[in-house]
Design a protein around this ligand. Structure first.
Ligand SMILES: Nc1ncnc2c1ncn2[C@@H]1O[C@H](COP(=O)(O)OP(=O)(O)OP(=O)(O)O)[C@@H](O)[C@H]1O
Ligand SMILES: [Mg+2]
Length: 324
């Protein structure tokens, strides 16, 4: 059965925080979609709004944060209109998430086996015995070499990489349609990162689970994803296939990000970081939010806010240089 129906459609999403010191517009007018089984990366520097985007999709934005505009369609159903109970059901069955630091998501007083078995019982409504069998299957699927030992271990007894494998097993055991992975490998060393990404990608293909992969490191996504969305100052500034982004980045910010990604540049080339810092969302520049750091900025960039321009089917850019 062929279907062009997207799995997830985020439309004009804005999430703001209403703090004592004023409104913080963390993300603004975010629009994108993910097809079933597709692997998409959301890339941007710290503070650009990646986690606020993922928490908004999960329905987990806490006060003083609030979705102030937009819709999040999952299988054509608007998540922003769901009751807490119905959202819980979606989080249990259809959309899973893994975070950067699994230790905070695991309870230190319970064994890994307990975590897995409880999760599987809640999700799949099976007996304890059956849940245990499924748990072992999953420990093998995420290529944990000593499943029996790991099952009996407590979270602090495992390495970061092993803990993250356990989290991936817990997240995928419900066969979700979408996995949101928010910097799942940032805390790990490069070899372990690669192994974990490989496990995620293999399992996502096997289960036909789409992945929204969040990272500040473009180098990590090169082999992993189909498509990349670049975020800056709470907005998407470029969307592109991974190949196109690496060969012909369009937005000056994407170009800067690529230059400062050590893993994909020639080893003898100088690391060329983007000057300046990400603006605080409480204090965003007028016009194009990137203009104070942009080597290509011209007078209009200081006052005119560029819209997202469609260059072709798979490539969009938010930059006045590309106006026809
Ligand atoms: N609870 C909150 N209260 C006020 N502002 C918040 C809150 N949570 C996030 N923000 C603001 O939203 C902005 C975006 O935050 P977010 O966590 O999405 O960034 P990020 O892209 O995930 O960064 P990192 O790579 O460091 O994880 C931050 O700069 C912060 O100022
Ligand atoms: Mg984050």
């Amino acid at each position: 059965m062929e279907s062009n129906q997207p799995l997830l459609e985020v439309e004009h999403l804005s999430t703001h925080f209403f703090t004592e010191n004023g409104v913080v517009p963390s993300i603004n007018d975010i629009t994108f979609s993910i097809a079933p089984g597709e692997i998409v990366a959301l890339v941007g520097e710290s503070g650009s709004g990646k986690s606020v985007t993922s928490m908004s999709i999960m329905g987990l934005v806490e006060s003083p944060g609030k979705i102030v505009n937009g819709r999040i369609l999952f299988n054509n159903q608007d998540l922003t209109a769901l009751s807490y109970r119905k959202y819980q059901k979606i989080r249990r069955n259809d959309i899973s998430m893994v975070f950067q630091e699994p230790l905070t998501a695991l309870n230190p007083v319970f064994s890994i086996g307990f975590h897995l078995v409880e999760t599987i019982i809640v999700q799949q409504k099976v007996s304890k015995k059956k849940a245990k069998a499924i748990a072992f299957e999953w420990l093998e699927k995420v290529r944990i070499p000593n499943p029996k030992e790991v099952f009996a271990s407590y979270p602090h007894e495992l390495s970061g990489g092993m803990r993250q494998r356990v989290m991936i097993a817990m997240a995928l055991s419900s066969h979700p349609r979408l996995l949101i992975a928010d910097e799942p490998t940032t805390a790990l060393d490069v070899t372990i990162q690669k192994q974990i990404l490989d496990v995620m990608k293999t399992l996502s293909k096997e289960l036909d689970t789409a992945i929204l992969f969040i990272t500040h490191d473009l180098g990590v996504v090169a082999e992993m994803v189909d498509r990349v969305m670049v975020m800056y100052g709470g907005e998407i500034v470029e969307t592109s296939s991974v190949k196109q982004l690496f060969h012909t980045p369009k937005h000056p910010y994407s170009k800067g990000l690529l230059k400062s990604t050590p893993k994909i540049q020639q080893s003898d080339e100088k690391l060329d970081a983007i000057g300046g810092a990400v603006p605080s969302p409480a204090n965003l520049p007028t016009g194009c939010k990137f203009h104070p750091r942009c080597p290509k900025a011209f007078d209009r960039c200081t006052s005119e806010h560029p819209s997202l321009i469609n260059l072709n089917n798979e490539n969009q850019v938010r930059c006045l240089l590309y106006e026809s």
